[in-house]
Write a protein that binds this ligand. Structure first.
Ligand SMILES: Cc1cc2nc3c(=O)[nH]c(=O)nc-3n(C[C@H](O)[C@H](O)[C@H](O)COP(=O)(O)OP(=O)(O)OC[C@H]3O[C@@H](n4cnc5c(N)ncnc54)[C@H](O)[C@@H]3O)c2cc1C
Length: 279
């Protein structure tokens, strides 16, 4: 049970949603955009957030698109992980979505919720960062479409009242050779100790990671280290690990030392598979 009252809005357009947000803000009332609701409802129940209103964006047509248009795949922010997987349009994203939570939750968790939520892994960001995806945002100041990497640094860097409308993925990424591996401490479906996504572009591997640090990231420096074909796998992996952007993440699932061990083994396996033409 949610132990406080709140107002529920379900706007039909982006403009209406942003107007509701602005009106509430001008009255000093806190509102949150609501997608799958899995995180918001939990946080309301536990009392860690207490919004005056939730603005459910699932009726907004632009947020629900999932189609190819103009040489790009558009994925609306309220598409669920399951819808994205089932569409089979972006194979690397399909693998990432298929390893987040269990099937029941995959039918509820949305792309926007995964990117904006407080749980640090945000694993759907990995395929998007690798594919040079663009993102369309809408808020009280209007609409903007920008490269995802310019607004996703550790987490989504949104302006007040801004929401994710959709992402656009260039078609080359939909058919690119790719690799996804997620290592967990216990169950197949769990938070990652280490999650690695890779895509091949211009005969080079691009790589993005979650779990190994306290935020997901793509590192071009680490990519350069791992693509040095004249060096041994061991040397490349060692160099890449030295280029991690912050100390290795540690929690109850795994110590920093253990995560680093798993990370290095995963990278070595990836390079072997790449070398053997399995990617
Ligand atoms: C059982 C379980 C297992 C999980 N395992 C993993 C995992 O392995 N890896 C992983 O990466 N994540 C995992 N998650 C985290 C999950 O992806 C997030 O909790 C996500 O926020 C839930 O999405 P939602 O659509 O339900 O979000 P909601 O609860 O609707 O929203 C979450 C937050 O995002 C904001 N938001 C939602 N949509 C938008 C939008 N379009 N624009 C702006 N802000 C928006 C909301 O305002 C809120 O702050 C797991 C979650 C569960 C419940």
């Amino acid at each position: 049970m949610i132990p406080f009252n709140f107002i529920y809005y379900r706007p039909d357009s982006l403009q209406e949603a942003a107007d509701i947000y602005s009106t509430l803000q001008s009255k000093g009332q806190k509102a949150v955009y609501f997608a799958g609701g899995s995180e918001i409802i939990t946080m309301c129940r536990t009392g860690s957030i207490q919004p005056k209103a939730v603005i459910d964006i699932k009726n907004i047509p632009e947020c629900g698109l999932l189609s190819l248009y103009n040489q790009k795949l558009q994925i609306g922010s309220v598409c669920t992980l399951n819808q994205i997987s089932e569409s089979k349009l972006f194979p690397l994203m399909r693998l990432a979505c298929g390893r987040i939570a269990d099937h029941t939750n995959q039918c509820r968790i949305t792309l926007g919720g995964n990117l904006c939520g407080s749980i640090i892994y945000r694993e759907t960001s990995l395929p998007l960062l690798l594919a040079d995806a663009e993102i369309t945002l809408y808020g009280p100041e209007g609409e903007r479409t920008v490269p995802l990497r310019s607004v996703f640094y550790q987490c989504m860097q949104l302006k007040p009242g801004e929401m994710i409308v959709q992402v656009q993925i260039p078609v080359w990424a939909l058919s690119a050779r790719h690799y996804h591996i997620k290592k967990t401490a216990n169950e197949k479906i769990d938070y990652p100790l280490v999650s690695v996504a890779a895509i091949c572009k211009d005969s080079k591997l691009r790589l993005a990671f979650s779990g190994i640090c306290s935020y997901p990231f793509r590192s071009e420096q680490m990519e350069s280290a791992l693509n040095q074909q004249t060096k041994s796998f061991e040397e490349r992996v060692k160099q890449a690990a030295e280029l991690l952007p912050e100390p290795v993440y540690a929690d109850a699932e795994g110590s920093g030392e253990y995560r680093l061990f798993v990370f290095k083994n995963t990278l070595r396996q990836l390079l072997e598979d790449w070398d053997n033409g399995k990617i």
